[in-house]
Design a protein around this ligand. Structure first.
Ligand code: NAD
Length: 469
């Protein structure tokens, strides 16, 4: 754990394990409620120091951080893969994206624009001159998930710092080591030490203390729907940004050619063993292509190599815990017992599951309605576009959706009709570049990430009015 930029050790340890073979990756200290108090006190002091820095100072620190992450990319990638379970190739890609996220955030430090306000356009506005500027919200608590421990933590703390906020990062317990390494990299980049705090350990142990602290002015959370709802209920009068779960869908329309996108759909379902918030989970295929598509998808799924995530040739590594394996299996069994067709996969070795395809699951099944977060694709057919739109929208979630069509009018109809934070035409919902506005509607979240958009959430508008005559 890191408080006021310094590494702090306690006797209470979290042992971080590799989800593939349960071997020990390392250990970190488990934060207590009194550490929350210390981190908040440090962050308060950090805020004062940060207020004496210029936007250019913060830009330089973040650019230096980007350089440090690049230099340490092998170390970060190995740690991410070892503790999270994504393949080493996926972990390297995460580190590259993280460098971009920090660089975009650094640039945004230079773009904290305000505006003049035409005060005299109001009947009582004579002799008034007004303008507003953006000021930091204050202390930001950033609570991040296990599945992108570096890049999704940075989507919070890099824009927070760019805007002049002090932060307290609470990484997921299973990926604590990446969180601590990230805090250290911030300190090494020359950040104001007191503004850098990383509380490793269990969310349930320090969660209430952290989210109810009145000095924390914004909680930016990425994680599951239920924890997000609990935080929102307990946060009190402060801002919350919620990046929650999904059961993302892709639609293969009548005019599309299944053979051109089936490989991409498989990638969307099985990368990171399906543990991506915008993983393809539901595939809606026009009835004309249904048999061809499911046959091709089966071939793709069966061709993927499962195994240790640290092996360069592995395509699909482990799921984070064995309980998740049991949960995923029970959802599949339930759907099949109600008439879904089991097509392939589902062999389990330890925490690794071979990629699953199931078809014709009822729309009420958990595999359709809830977030699966495992290597499973559920393929159903539709007759016409109205039916496909209503099937995609028949969900409490709405993060991103993909549509394959070459018909411009049809594409526009889906773009307008789908309830999602992002609609991708001729692309799977997994696609994300780190500068774009990203977030969900309905129970997928509140607010947007992407440095430019996160900074809007992490600043307040301050109005200044002069009476001049
Ligand atoms: P999780 O909700 O179990 O945990 C997320 C974080 O919350 C962790 O740091 C955890 O320690 C902390 N936490 C748990 N209980 C807490 C409490 N009571 N108070 C404060 N903090 C608490 O989620 P996870 O399993 O780490 O991640 C998977 C979930 O994250 C999936 O639902 C996935 O869709 C979602 N996710 C969403 C996005 C997005 O951008 N929308 C991105 C990635 C992951």
């Amino acid at each position: 754990m890191i408080i006021a930029g310094k590494k702090i050790e306690s006797n209470d340890k979290v042992i971080v394990r590799n989800p593939y073979d349960n071997s020990v990756v390392g250990e970190v200290s488990r934060a207590s409620e009194s550490d929350v108090k210390k981190a908040v006190a440090a962050a308060k002091a950090g805020l004062v120091k940060l207020s004496h820095q210029t936007a250019y100072d913060r830009y330089k620190t973040l650019m230096k951080l980007a350089g440090i992450l690049s230099q340490r990319s092998d170390q970060f990638a190995t740690t991410i893969a070892s503790e999270m379970g994504k393949t080493i190739r996926e972990a390297r890609a995460e580190v590259s994206r993280a460098v971009e996220t920090v660089s975009w955030s650094a640039e945004e430090a230079k773009r904290l624009y305000g505006s003049t306000v035409p005060m005299d356009a109001a009947p009582t506005g004579r002799d008034k001159v007004g303008f507003y500027m953006r000021v930091p919200v204050g202390i930001v608590a950033a609570i991040s998930p296990f599945n992108f421990p570096l890049n999704l933590s940075l989507h919070k703390i890099a824009p927070a710092y760019a805007a002049g906020n002090a932060f307290i990062l609470k990484p997921a317990e299973s990926t604590s080591m990446t969180g601590e390494m990230l805090g250290q990299a911030f300190v090494d980049a020359g950040a104001v030490p007191e503004a850098v705090n990383v509380l490793t350990g269990s969310g349930s142990k320090i969660g209430l203390k952290l989210v109810t602290d009145p000095d924390i002015r914004l909680i930016t959370f990425t994680g599951s729907r239920d924890v997000g709802e609990w935080i929102t209920r307990n946060a009190g009068l402060k801002k919350v940004v919620m990046e929650l779960g999904s059961n993302s869908a892709v639609v293969i329309c009548e005019d599309a050619k299944p053979e051109t996108m089936v490989k991409r759909v498989a990638l969307g379902g099985y990368s990171q063993a399906g543990q991506v918030c915008i993983s393809v989970q539901r595939v809606y295929v026009h009835e004309r292509h249904f048999a061809t598509f499911t046959g091709l998808l089966r071939e793709q799924a069966m061709a993927l190599k499962t195994g240790s995530q640290l092996d360069e040739s592995t395509d699909v590594g482990p799921v984070i815990t064995h309980n998740d394996i049991l949960r995923i299996k029970s959802w599949i069994d339930e759907a099949v017992s109600h008439g879904a067709r089991f097509i392939c996969g589902g062999d389990v070795t330890g925490n690794v599951m071979t990629p699953v395809v199931i078809a014709n699951a009822q729309e009420t099944e958990k595999v359709v309605q809830d977030e699966l977060f495992g290597p499973v694709l559920v393929v159903n057919s539709f007759r016409d576009d109205d039916q496909a739109i209503s099937m995609v929208n028949n969900s409490r979630y709405g993060l991103q959706a993909g549509v394959y069509t070459n018909d411009l009018n049809r594409a526009w109809r889906y773009a307008k009709g789908l309830e999602a934070g992002g609609v991708l035409i001729n692309e799977i919902p997994n696609f994300r570049v780190d500068l774009m506005p990203y977030g969900g509607v309905k129970e997928s979240g509140i607010g947007r990430e992407g440095p430019r958009f996160a900074i809007e959430e992490m600043t307040e508008i301050k109005l200044v009015v002069f009476h001049i005559n």
